[in-house]
Design a protein around this ligand. Structure first.
Ligand code: HH2
Length: 285
């Protein structure tokens, strides 16, 4: 189904013949599962190096929490949080660095500091975001979100969640292509937990193949999210590891190309088993 063999991250080409692991690096005081743990520059860089050693292919640096109810972070503050870390990682680690932002100014500065991917939970809807992303040379992950973090979980509503998410992502893809973005720079993400009820999330997960059918790599981010907690009888965020890894493996099996996770080592181990004992591995034995 996937038509492309590599993802172009500003010249750093990532292979797409196996699921890639995107390790989460939140340089925020308030992220839902690890807020404050890596907010200092030294601890952020040390954690990124640990994620790379554990098997991350991409490090996703975010300076603004997008958990339900989160307040927006002022531009200067977000720049101050993420740019020095991205600049340091550009020289210190040998994997692609992604910036998790919805602000065009942060996108531009992050790419100048060495980011090879722009990851926008707002799907490039901010004025100017589409043009900055298009002109950057970086890979672009376009995510679907209904509403904004402050209010998105209040009463999300869809007539057909899979069809509506696919239509939004395909429209944004057309707009990127029209601005001259090569198709090997585009990644699509249905946005689990962003303006979706548990039922919406389940429908989207089961409908991943409809999204993959657009022909672009699909990113899945379910790590430690409340959807996992709900499916396990309202488990706290500290006790969602096994559920997160199981969901990531199912996503990989359904064709996801990038898994955005906090627990890189456990995900990498599970992917190794999937590769060795999954259908292809047995056929090759
Ligand atoms: N989820 C989060 C943040 N960024 N980006 C993409 N493409 N897909 C996702 O599912 C996604 C994302 C939320 O997780 P986290 O970064 O751990 O939390 P917070 O937003 O509270 O910092």
């Amino acid at each position: 189904m996937l038509e492309r063999l590599t993802l172009d991250c500003a010249g750093h080409r990532l292979p797409l013949d196996r699921p890639l692991i995107m390790g989460v690096l939140n340089v925020t005081p308030d992220s839902f599962s690890d807020g404050g743990r890596f907010a200092g520059r030294e601890s952020a860089i040390a954690h990124a190096c640990r994620l790379v050693a554990d098997g991350a292919d991409i490090i996703d640096v975010g300076g603004e929490s997008t958990r339900p109810g989160a307040e927006p972070v002022p531009l200067d503050e977000e720049l101050e949080r993420v740019i020095p870390v991205i600049a340091a990682l550009h020289t210190e680690v040998d994997v692609a660095v992604s910036v998790d932002t919805s602000k065009p100014e942060v996108m531009r500065a992050a790419v100048a500091a060495g980011a090879g991917m722009i990851n926008d939970v707002n799907g490039l809807r901010a004025p100017g975001a589409m043009d900055v992303a298009a002109g950057s040379g970086a890979a672009v992950c376009v995510m679907h979100m209904q509403g904004s973090p402050r209010s998105m979980q209040k009463q999300p509503q869809y007539r057909d969640v899979v069809a509506e998410v696919v239509a939004f992502l395909s429209g944004q893809t057309e707009a990127l292509l029209a601005r001259g973005v090569a198709s090997d720079r585009i990644v699509l993400d249905p946005g689990f937990g962003f303006g979706k009820t548990l039922e919406h999330n389940i429908a989207l997960f089961r409908g991943l193949s409809a999204l993959a059918a657009l022909g672009y790599p699909v990113l899945v981010g379910v790590s430690r999210k409340s959807l996992i907690g709900s499916l396990l009888g309202n488990r706290p965020v500290t006790d969602r590891l096994m559920g997160s890894v199981a969901a990531a493996m199912l996503a990989a099996h359904a064709g996801a190309s990038i898994l955005r996770v906090h627990d890189v080592r456990e995900t990498a181990d599970s992917l190794a088993i999937l590769a060795a004992l999954g259908e292809q591995g047995i056929g090759e034995a």
